[in-house]
Ligand binder design. Structure first.
Ligand SMILES: C[S@@+](CC[C@H](N)C(=O)[O-])C[C@H]1O[C@@H](n2cnc3c(N)ncnc32)[C@H](O)[C@@H]1O
Length: 286
């Protein structure tokens, strides 16, 4: 992002000085699951396209990459109707995928999809800010957690709880793959007055929340609060050019990877196993 763009974006955001009243803020936060469920009632499985780009952006998702000495386990949090999950299952014949969402309707769509096989996939309802993932998934058993456009739906004060929840099921050396909306994204700049709850947090027309992340916020959540190691943390800028209207504008995403550290205790406990070197870090394999 260049300096002029950032200065212009800051000017746009500074003009929106009002925030919506507490009553409505609480209502949107308390009814988040209901509002997402209504979203899937309206849109069924037709809103998002399958995310075929994910293994281009995250090498961990390629079958030939890491975690190859055992059957990898992945958890997709906020899985929606499975648009991230299906391409991963198709490309990785050995992987097992857990998928959770707090919209029962979305989880129902995943479970009734023709690609859903209980031997390869388990979808379940879970609010990641308050329901323990470890009640469904064995603690420290997951190699990869994908968080694709889900943290933006959480109020900032609940984001750290979701991180702690995920860490409980992540293996030592396991990774969180993160992609979401970033600060100054076109969608943030387009919010009209009357949608802001606080800086970088907005409510859409349909009542769902949208938070816009900075790299610093991600570091605070995953490294300072979560104790994870930052492997990657950057902005991805996609230029949209509308030649007819002579407008070019930016979609900006935050893309990051964080890794659970391998403690001395873990290394001793697992001393009967082997280790495999991944990007200068040691990851335990079965
Ligand atoms: C933008 S959609 C992304 C869906 C999916 N990850 C994908 O890439 O297609 C965000 C999803 O997060 C889910 N979600 C929001 N807050 C959640 C929470 N607290 N716990 C679990 N799921 C949540 C919503 O129901 C919705 O399905």
């Amino acid at each position: 992002m260049d300096e002029t763009f950032i200065a212009d974006a800051k000017d746009v955001l500074a003009k929106d000085t009002s925030v919506i009243p507490d009553f409505w803020q609480n209502k949107y936060k308390n009814e988040a699951s209901k509002n997402w469920d209504k979203f899937y009632n309206r849109n069924t499985t037709n809103f998002y396209k399958d995310r075929h780009w994910t293994d281009r952006e995250f090498e961990e998702l390629r079958p030939s990459h890491i975690f190859t000495e055992h059957k990898p386990v992945l958890l997709e949090i906020g899985c929606g109707v499975g648009n991230f999950v299906w391409p991963i299952l198709e490309r990785n014949p050995d992987i097992f995928v857990y998928a959770c969402d707090f919209s029962p309707r979305a989880v129902g769509f995943v479970q009734s999809n023709e690609n859903y096989m209980e031997s390869r996939c388990q979808a379940f309802v879970c609010d990641i800010t308050k329901d323990r993932l470890a009640d469904t998934i064995p603690p420290h058993s997951v190699d990869i957690v994908s968080a694709i456009f889900v943290f933006s739906a959480l109020p900032p004060e609940k984001q750290a709880d979701a991180v702690a929840n995920v860490i409980e099921i992540l293996k030592p050396g396991g990774r969180i793959l993160f992609r979401d909306y970033a600060l100054y994204d076109l969608a943030q700049l387009r919010f009209k007055s009357g949608h802001k709850l606080e800086d970088n947090l907005y409510v859409r027309q349909d009542g769902t929340l949208s938070y816009y992340f900075s790299k610093e916020r991600l570091r605070e959540l995953f490294v300072q609060h979560g104790g994870l190691v930052e492997i990657e943390n950057d902005y991805v800028v996609k230029k949209l050019i509308n030649a007819k209207l002579n407008i070019d504008s930016d979609r900006i995403f935050a893309q990051a990877k964080f890794q659970a550290p391998i403690t001395t205790t873990d290394s001793i406990d697992a001393s009967a196993g082997k280790t495999q070197s991944i990007n200068n870090s040691e990851v335990l394999v079965e």
